[in-house]
Structure formats: structure tokens, C-alpha cells
Write a protein that binds this ligand. Structure first.
Ligand code: NDP
Length: 491
């Protein structure tokens, strides 16, 4: 297939090995995305998809295939029943291995006759031993390794993962996944920022007052204590997804959307973010967890009482940080990043707040609302608030909203795009080694201050707008209480 060789001599992967094959990510996104590609004829002919987990199945292969088929029925309804069945029965196979035991990984891989793509859809705690096992397996030339987020739990562990990977793979064969990069906001922001003469001249401290990048959800823990209680809202969302969106929003223009150029610009931006001192962390960050409350008709128990949660761990379900970017373009402009669970309504967007006009000729309109450009992350839409004269009074102002709904993207479409890039060997929309480490350099002073107790863990009732320190007024685009979550996309 042409696209598989587009990068010039990139070898064709003959097997995709998914470690963590029975996990939530694999069932809801990876397998459906692969089924869609299989149906469209975009997987290399004769490819095998090997699922690996440690639990084992009574009748091994058949049990696993039934699980895959069930998941495809639930999450890949758009794929025809015959293709779903063919994929589960003829393309997918099962191997049992504990990834912390290199010998069991090697025997699960079996004889390797050509390049493979190893996808680590595993808890971050077992990334390192899995990578070590893959090194011991002596993967054939042209093999690739994809690692899910969060890449490490701190700077040291991210550096360690990079070191382990680089011991046996070139950077061009390493794919650190952040699915927000393959998702709809990426092309929307790129297009808005870099293909419109009207925004680029305004895109700096002279015209922009502040920027908010938020992911506030009505979803509570939803049974994911095993993962979330060790991560918290900051590591789950801000440290990776929201920092990536900050990069796209604030970086300098790349000369081309090329793997090196784009990622260089993102790294420049991450390096320009001020590392917070303990005192700044105290003043510029908020952490909190939800107490019992109601979201619409749903009663939500306190986070500390949720099954599997260790209340003494002090995991935050709401995190907010205000960052500054120390460069000529952005000096003095606050960038607020916020992520929260069990809130009153869903809001996922980048909101660029422009400065008000320096002089207003309308004596009675003493409080014009500033222009705000919003890039909706979910749903996929762009809006711009403008002030116009009210209908009958030339001295009054009214704010209108120009909006456009963009094509909705199926939940797993980001993973479809990621798999195509993985098969092509195109790393542009994946996180580079230095980028992953810089993101931790920004995050560590904040997490250190939290660990030392310099920032109190506040509480907010489930179903509220968050702790008192967070904005009390819902933003105009926050949807109403109890509204169904569009997608449990960000984890
Ligand atoms: P789950 O807990 O649902 O699944 C984890 C998987 O890893 C299971 O298949 C489990 O198998 C397997 N596993 C764990 N330990 C071992 C081991 N020692 N040996 C072999 N297999 C093991 O996690 P998720 O699927 O939710 O998440 C996986 C990764 O994807 C995480 O890094 C997460 O951050 C990331 N991610 C998840 C998203 C989501 O929506 N779920 C979205 C974006 C990223 P077994 O049950 O047999 O132990």
C-alpha cells in the first residue's frame, strides 16, 4: 500500500501487539479504530493483531475473541457485522503474559519474522518493565513502540523511560501518544491561527488579555479508582493534554507541519513557561476534591468514599494552574489551565479573551464584555463573541455570538488517525522525548508544592462549579447541570 511507504522505505508492520488488550482503552478505542481501518482496507494485508494481558482466558483465544467481538458490537457499530466478525475471528489472536516478566513477554511474542508495532495500553507503572522486555525480545529492524500517556509519573521516570527506549530504538520508532494531538482541536487551532490574516496580527500580549484551556466534566470517578486515584486531575489532564493544547495555542508559527518543525516550536514554548516557585504555586494553583452532591438527578458520593479510593492519598479531582510564558509575545498574559470532575456542566474549550477597546464612545455602556474566541474541544465548534449596538438604542451594546459547528468526529477517530501514522512511521502528531521531559519540568514544581502541603486540598460539592477559588460564574459556554457528557474522552 502506497501510504505505508510514503516516508521513504518505512518498513511494513506485519503484526500489531497490544499490551493491555483487555483494558478500557483497547476495548473502547483501539480495537474499534483498527476495525474501521480494516474495513476501509487501510491495514497492511495479512496483518495480525495480537492482544496481550496477564489474566488469561479459560479457553484462551476463543474467550478473548468473544470479548473483542462484544466490544466491537458496543463501540464500533458503524463497522459492518461481517467485518467485525472477520476481524475478531481471523485477524485477532491472544497471548498471555505478565509484562513485568521479560521471559513471558518474549514467549508471548513468539518467533518474530518482521517488524512489529508494540502498543503499550498499560498502566503507566508497568511501562518501564515492558520496554525492558521488548528490548530483551530483540525486535526486528523497523519495529515501533507506542506508549500511552501519562509518559512517566515525574521527570525522573520520564527520563528513565526515554533512556530505556533509546537503548534499542531510534527516536523515529518511538511514538508517545497524546490523542488530543490527533483529535479535532488540532486542525481547528492550526487553521484558525495560521491560515487567517485577521487573527495572527492580534495574537499576542497587546490584544489578548488571558487564555483559558479547560476540561470540566460532569463525570465523577466512574469506577476508575485504580488508575485515577494514583494520577489525579493534574497528571491525568493538565500535565499532558492541556499543556499540549497550550503549546498549539501559544507557540510560534511552524514553517511547515513537519515532525521536526512542529515539535521544535512546541518545545520552545514549553521551555518559555515560567517554572513556579513554591510561593507562586501557592498563589497560582488550586487543587480540590469533590464531596457528596447531586448532578442533575444523580447522587454522587464524596470522592473519598468512592470504592477503591485511598482518602489519605489526597488525590485532587479538580486542578487549576495559572501559567505565564516568558517571551516577547506573551509576557504578562495569564494562561489558566483547569480540569475537574463531577462539576455542574460540561465545558471543554480553549477560550481566548481579548482586551477591551481602549476607549468607548458609548456613555451608557460602561461594561462592554470583551471579545472571546472559543475553540470547542467537544463539541467541535468555533465561536466569536462580538459587541454590537442594541436594537433600538444607539447608546446601548449587545453581545452576539458568531458560531460554527464543525464536523463531529467519532470518538475513536483520533485513534484511527494515530494508527495510520503509526503504520506510516510518521511521528509528527506524537510527543518527542524532549517535549515529554519539558512538560514534566513545568509540572514538577507544582506537584512538589502540592506534596509539601503548601497548597491546601479544598472541597467542592459534586454538581457545583468547583471550589470557591475557581470562577463562581459558569462561563457562557458551560452546558447545563446534568447534561449528558458528550464523551468520557479524556482520561
Ligand atoms: P485498564 O486498567 O482498563 O487496563 C489495563 C490493561 O493492562 C489490562 O488489560 C490489564 O490486564 C493490563 N495489565 C496491567 N498490568 C499488567 C501486567 N503486569 N501484565 C500484563 N498486562 C497487564 O486501563 P486503561 O485501558 O484505561 O488505560 C491504559 C492506558 O491508556 C493508561 O496509560 C491510560 O492512561 C491510557 N489512556 C486510557 C484512556 C481511556 O479512556 N481508558 C484514554 C487515554 C489514555 P489484566 O486485566 O489482565 O491485568
Amino acid at each position: 500500500m502506497d501510504y505505508l511507504r510514503r516516508e521513504g522505505g518505512v518498513s511494513v508492520v506485519e503484526r500489531i501487539v497490544i499490551f493491555g488488550a483487555t483494558g478500557d482503552l483497547t476495548g473502547r478505542y483501539l480495537m474499534p479504530a483498527l476495525a474501521k481501518l480494516y474495513e476501509a482496507g487501510k491495514l497492511p494485508g495479512g496483518i495480525r493483531i495480537t492482544g496481550v494481558d496477564r489474566r488469561g482466558w479459560e479457553d484462551d483465544e476463543a474467550g478473548f475473541r468473544r470479548l473483542v467481538l462484544d466490544n466491537l458490537e458496543r463501540h464500533a457499530g458503524g463497522v459492518s457485522a461481517s467485518v467485525r466478525e472477520k476481524m475478531a475471528l481471523e485477524v485477532v489472536e491472544y497471548r498471555r503474559a505478565d509484562v513485568t516478566d521479560a521471559e513471558s513477554v518474549i514467549s508471548a511474542l513468539g518467533p518474530l519474522t518482521g517488524p512489529i508495532l508494540a502498543y503499550l495500553a498499560l498502566p503507566p507503572a508497568v511501562f518501564a518493565p515492558t520496554i525492558e522486555a521488548l528490548k530483551a525480545a530483540d525486535l526486528p529492524e523497523g519495529s515501533r513502540v507506542a506508549v500511552e500517556k501519562p509518559f512517566g509519573v515525574d521527570l525522573e521516570s520520564a527520563q528513565n523511560l526515554n533512556r530505556l527506549l533509546h537503548e534499542f530504538l531510534p527516536e523515529s520508532a518511538i511514538f508517545r501518544v497524546d490523542h488530543f494531538l490527533a483529535w479535532q482541536p488540532f486542525p481547528t487551532i492550526m487553521g484558525l491561527r495560521f491560515a487567517n490574516g485577521i487573527f495572527e496580527p492580534l495574537w499576542d500580549r497587546n490584544f489578548i488579555d488571558r487564555v483559558e484551556i479547560v476540561w470540566e466534566e460532569t463525570l465523577a470517578l466512574e469506577g476508575r479508582a485504580g488508575y485515577f486515584d494514583h494520577a489525579g486531575a493534574f497528571k491525568d489532564l493538565i500535565q499532558n493534554h492541556l499543556l499540549q493544547l497550550l503549546c498549539l495555542t501559544a507557540m510560534e508559527a511552524p514553517t511547515a507541519l513537519h515532525r521536526r518543525n512542529l515539535r521544535d516550536r512546541k518545545v520552545d514554548l514549553l521551555r518559555a513557561i515560567r517554572r513556579l516557585s513554591p510561593e507562586e504555586a501557592r498563589l497560582q494553583t488550586v487543587r480540590a476534591r469533590y464531596s457528596a452532591g447531586k448532578i442533575g438527578e444523580r447522587s454522587i458520593p464524596a470522592y473519598a468514599d468512592e470504592e477503591g479510593v485511598d482518602p489519605d492519598r489526597g488525590t485532587e479531582t479538580f486542578a487549576e494552574v495559572t501559567l505565564s510564558i516568558e517571551n516577547l509575545r506573551w509576557a504578562g498574559v495569564p494562561f489558566v489551565l483547569r480540569a475537574g470532575k463531577a462539576l455542574s456542566g460540561f465545558r471543554g474549550e480553549i477560550a481566548v479573551h481579548f482586551k477591551p477597546v481602549p476607549h468607548l464612545a458609548f456613555q451608557r455602556a460602561d461594561d462592554p464584555r470583551p471579545n472571546v474566541l472559543r475553540v470547542g474541544l467537544e463539541p467541535n465548534r468555533v465561536t466569536l463573541n462580538l459587541n454590537v449596538n442594541g436594537p433600538y438604542d444607539p447608546f446601548d451594546l449587545e453581545q452576539i455570538e458568531l458560531g460554527a459547528a464543525l464536523d463531529p468526529q467519532e470518538f475513536f477517530a483520533a485513534y484511527e488517525a494515530l494508527f495510520l501514522d503509526l503504520l506510516e512511521g510518521n511521528t509528527t502528531l506524537f510527543v518527542r522525548a524532549d517535549e515529554a521531559e519539558e512538560a514534566w519540568r513545568v509540572s514538577e514544581p507544582i506537584l512538589d508544592a502540592w506534596e509539601k502541603g503548601l497548597v491546601p486540598l479544598l472541597e467542592y460539592p459534586a454538581g457545583s462549579n468547583g471550589p470557591a477559588e475557581a470562577p463562581a460564574e459558569p462561563e457562557p459556554s458551560r452546558s447545563g447541570a446534568g447534561r449528558e457528557e458528550p464523551t468520557p474522552w479524556a482520561r
